[in-house]
Write a protein that binds this ligand. Structure first.
Ligand code: GRF
Length: 203
């Protein structure tokens, strides 16, 4: 199974996927074939280059409209013929064209327990709310912001002394494991979808 991974930042979730493939190339049943980003000069792209992978960058400001950017991102992604596209800290909402091509096989990882605390500041918002538990969610992407069917979640306790950075770091530790697990299961066709509900099959 071919994966294209989209990143905007440090790419530790991408690294977890790369490490899982390196540790057991057959085991995961999937491999990263390219990495895309919405900005250049990020550590996520360096990680891809270090792994010898092709990369591409689509910056919104290089296109006349959001739709044109979306089309360009969809085309650049499609060039690598992915079976699954992973948004791993990719901080952009894709548009119609991208979803038309990759909907149902485009997944995102979010650092909160959806439907609580969607959006760009899931960790900060959970802390500000005073939540005692939070976590991460891997979900299919639909046209909303973090609203697609939930595939899997992990819980992380909020500690009294937590600031955003400390809590986010603990979330990211479980997030990486969860993402690798979900990608492996998706690669083995290990989910079926009943309406909004994603159910794992034994495989
Ligand atoms: C993750 O927590 C992701 O859910 C969030 O940003 C973080 C990305 O981390 N949107 P990294 O770039 O994979 O290290």
């Amino acid at each position: 199974v071919r994966l294209v991974v989209l990143v905007s930042g440090s790419g530790t979730n991408l690294q977890a996927l790369l490490d899982a493939v390196a540790a057991d190339p057959e085991g995961l049943g999937a491999r990263v074939v390219a990495v895309g980003a919405d900005r250049s000069g990020i550590v996520g792209l360096e990680r891809a280059e270090r792994a010898g992978l092709p990369t591409f960058v689509c910056r919104v400001k290089d296109y006349g409209s959001r739709d044109a950017w979306d089309r360009a991102l969809a085309e650049a992604t499609a060039a690598y013929e992915p079976d699954i596209v992973v948004s791993a800290g990719f901080m952009k909402i894709v548009g119609k064209e991208f979803l038309a091509r990759f909907g149902g096989r485009y997944i995102n990882t979010h650092p909160a327990l959806l439907p609580s605390f969607p959006g760009a500041h899931g960790v900060r918002d959970a802390l500000a709310y005073g939540a005692k538990v939070t976590g991460c969610t891997v979900h299919f992407v639909d046209e909303g912001v973090d609203t697609g069917p939930v595939i899997a979640q992990s819980v992380v306790e909020v500690l009294d002394g937590d600031d955003e950075a400390a809590l986010h770091e603990r979330i990211k530790q479980v997030e990486r494991t969860l993402l690798v697990e979900v990608v492996g299961r998706l690669a083995r066709n290990g989910y079926r979808i009943e309406g909004r509900k994603v159910v794992s099959r034994d495989c």
